[in-house]
Design a protein around this ligand. Structure first.
Ligand SMILES: [Zn+2]
Length: 144
């Protein structure tokens, strides 16, 4: 399933990051989910706890924090940056919803609030990323 695969990738990336930082135990993993990412949030959060390998002691008792990353667009014509709240031009609420479920269609609905151009790029708000891994760093041998 989509959500399980994403959760699995996030947890594996977190374990790798923790290892590189010399953490003995991970306390919290913060994940950013883009506003345009097509995902079942509840299922994703459930999946995160399900994919923890039982054999990974560093992950016992870990807490997951899921943050939403708001979408940011940048107009290629006037370079104005804008987000979903600026999209007054998407007057139909159904169209607004369609953008969330079918981000590929966003170019059909969204116009730059500054100049009205449909030519823009998506700067943020897509995909899933690992924002933070917090935990106990193994102190190792005391210096000096
Ligand atoms: Zn513009």
């Amino acid at each position: 399933m989509h959500e399980f695969a994403l959760a699995d990738a996030v947890v594996k990336a977190a374990v790798r990051a923790a290892r590189e930082a010399g953490m003995a135990r991970i306390e919290a993993i913060t994940v950013r989910v883009g506003e345009l990412q097509q995902i079942e949030r509840d299922l994703f959060e459930f999946s995160l706890t399900e994919v923890i390998p039982a054999a990974e002691p560093a992950l016992q008792g870990v807490r997951f924090v899921v943050e939403e990353e708001p979408v940011r667009f940048r107009c290629r014509v006037c370079e104005r940056e804008f987000g979903t709240p600026d999209l007054d031009r998407v007057e139909d609420a159904d169209d607004r919803e369609a953008i969330h479920f079918l981000p590929e269609l966003s170019h059909a609905y969204i116009r730059c609030p500054g100049c009205g151009s449909p030519d823009f790029e998506i700067l943020a708000g897509r995909g899933i990323s690992l924002a933070r891994v917090e935990g106990d760093t193994d102190p190792g041998p005391a210096p000096g």
